[in-house]
Design a protein around this ligand. Structure first.
Ligand code: SF4
Length: 214
C-alpha cells in the first residue's frame, strides 16, 4: 500500500552522475535527511516540501515521458513510504535509480532498483553514520559512490575499496567534492594507484551551475 510522500521537487533533467550520466531522467527529490554533510548541495531539501499522494507523483512521472526515474533527496529512505513507491515504479516498467546516503538500511529496497550508495568519507563529517552492513546487500547492478574532499579522503576510500573488496561487488565511483579537490589531482591519483574505479564529474553543474531543479 503506497503512502503519501513529502516531496521537495520533481523535475526533468539530464542525469549528472552515476552510470546513467548524460541520460535524460525524471528526478523525484524527497524531503528530509538525518545527515548534515559539510558539502551538502541540497540543504534546501532538509525541510519544507509538499505532501503528495502517490497517484499525483506517478502522474507527474508519466507526464515527463522518461523511462528513467531517479529517486533522490535528501535521504529518500528516511520516509518509509518510499519502499512501495519504488516497487510500483518497477512494476510500471521504469528503470529506477535510488540515490541514498548509505546511513539507512537498504535491505528492503526492491531488487529491481539500482542502488547508488554514498559512503561518507571523514571530511564529509558524517563517516560514523555509514551502515557497513549495507555493503552485503549490493549487487552488480548497483554502485558505490565516494565524494572526496582531500588526499586524506582519497586514502581512506582506497582502504575501504580494498578492505570491502568493493570493486568485485559492483561499480565504484570516485567524485571530487565541488570546489574542494581538482579533477586532475583525483585522476592522477587513480591512475598512479591503478584503482578499478570510475572517475565522476557532476555534469549537471557544468551545464547549469549549482542551482536547484537540475
Ligand atoms: S546525505 Fe546527501 S542530502 Fe543528506 S546531508 Fe549528506 S549530501 Fe546532503
Amino acid at each position: 500500500m503506497e503512502e503519501r510522500l513529502r516531496i521537495s521537487e520533481i523535475f526533468h533533467s539530464i542525469q549528472g552522475e552515476t552510470r546513467s550520466v548524460g541520460r535524460p531522467a525524471i528526478f523525484v527529490r524527497l524531503t528530509g535527511c538525518p545527515l548534515r554533510c559539510r558539502y551538502c548541495d541540497t540543504a534546501y531539501a532538509f525541510h519544507g516540501g509538499e505532501w503528495m499522494e502517490p497517484a499525483a507523483i506517478h502522474e507527474r512521472i508519466r507526464a515527463a515521458g522518461s523511462p528513467l526515474v531517479v529517486v533522490t533527496g535528501g535521504e529518500p529512505l528516511a520516509q518509509r513510504g518510499v519502499l512501495p513507491f519504488l516497487s510500483r515504479l518497477c512494476d510500471d516498467g521504469y528503470e529506477v535509480f535510488l540515490e541514498t546516503s548509505g546511513a539507512l538500511p537498504v535491505a528492503d529496497v526492491d531488487g529491481r532498483v539500482v542502488k547508488v550508495l554514498d559512503l561518507k568519507t571523514p571530511d564529509s563529517g558524517e563517516a560514523p553514520r555509514n551502515l557497513w552492513e549495507n555493503i552485503s546487500h549490493l549487487s552488480p547492478q548497483d554502485q558505490v559512490k565516494f565524494v572526496l574532499c582531500s588526499r586524506e579522503d582519497y586514502d581512506w576510500a582506497r582502504e575501504v575499496l580494498e578492505r570491502e573488496q568493493l570493486a568485485t561487488r559492483c561499480e565504484v565511483l570516485f567524485s571530487p567534492a565541488h570546489g574542494e579537490l581538482t579533477l586532475r589531482n583525483l585522476a592522477e591519483w587513480i591512475l598512479a594507484d591503478r584503482l578499478p574505479v570510475r572517475l565522476q564529474i557532476q555534469l549537471h553543474k557544468l551545464i547549469w551551475g549549482d542551482v536547484p531543479g537540475h
